[in-house]
Design a protein around this ligand. Structure first.
Ligand code: IYR
Length: 227
């Protein structure tokens, strides 16, 4: 058990840690980058089952993300029930049909052309799990009094980043999906009023034939501005 020091009445523990020598640090940073660079967003999933414990570990990893005032303003809904997946697919496709046909600008459709996406979302039924991240803008205490959370969007964005890295680490594939608008998820999953859908992430094995666009990532010179 770590030693606890009390500062102004609040408990602290010492986080001083052994780190790597310069060479090891360079190696580790390089290999982590190279490995993260192999992650791709996937839209073709296999229906092969994934152990529930794996999904739990992935979500526990996401929940290690920093958050405003450590409020952890997120809930992860995990859907594997085929009936609910079908309902989500149907509702999402309805919104997406409307978006692709009437809501998205010509420029937006043009920008999406290299991805070859459309309103059909079969992966919402095929992937073994759908993780729906809800952001919690506030909390209710036992007396039903409202309490604010802070930097909720930033916190959930970071948690989703951790989630995607954990999925990649497990050898699984994911899609950051944002059917728009997403409020049908609040209804379908019967979420409370302090939660709003943030991101829908199908997760599973990539399909045996899984074509992804041949994209390039920004080079270091386009990324970093030094002062
Ligand atoms: N939500 C739609 C459209 C879409 C929008 C962006 I920005 C993308 O990067 C990809 C898709 C869809 O999921 O098809």
């Amino acid at each position: 058990m770590p030693e606890i020091k009390i500062i102004n009445g609040f408990p602290f523990i010492n986080y001083a840690k052994e780190t790597y020598d310069a060479n090891e640090m360079l190696q580790k940073s390089q290999s982590f980058y190279e490995w993260m660079d192999t992650r791709r967003t996937v839209r073709n999933f296999s229906d092969k089952a994934v152990a529930k414990e794996v999904v739990e570990n992935i979500i526990m990893t996401a929940s290690t993300a920093p958050s405003g005032a450590h409020k952890q303003p997120w809930t992860f809904c995990v859907v594997s029930d085929p009936v609910i997946k079908k309902q989500i697919r149907e509702a999402a496709e309805q919104e997406e049909y409307e978006s692709y046909n009437n809501r998205m600008s010509e420029e937006w459709l043009h920008d999406l052309a290299p991805l070859q996406t459309d309103w059909h979302k079969p992966f919402l039924e095929i992937a073994p799990y759908l993780i729906i991240v809800f952001k919690r803008s506030y909390e209710f205490d036992e007396a039903n009094k409202k309490h604010q959370n802070y930097y909720v969007t930033e916190s959930c964005g970071i948690a989703c980043g951790f989630l995607l890295a954990a999925i990649h680490n497990a050898g699984l594939a994911a899609l950051t999906h944002t059917p728009s608008p997403m409020n049908f998820l609040t209804k379908l999953l019967n979420r409370p009023e302090n939660e709003k859908p943030f991101l829908l992430i199908p997760i599973g094995y990539a399909a045996e034939e899984c074509l992804v666009p041949d994209i390039q990532r920004k080079k270091i010179g386009e990324l970093i501005v030094e002062y």
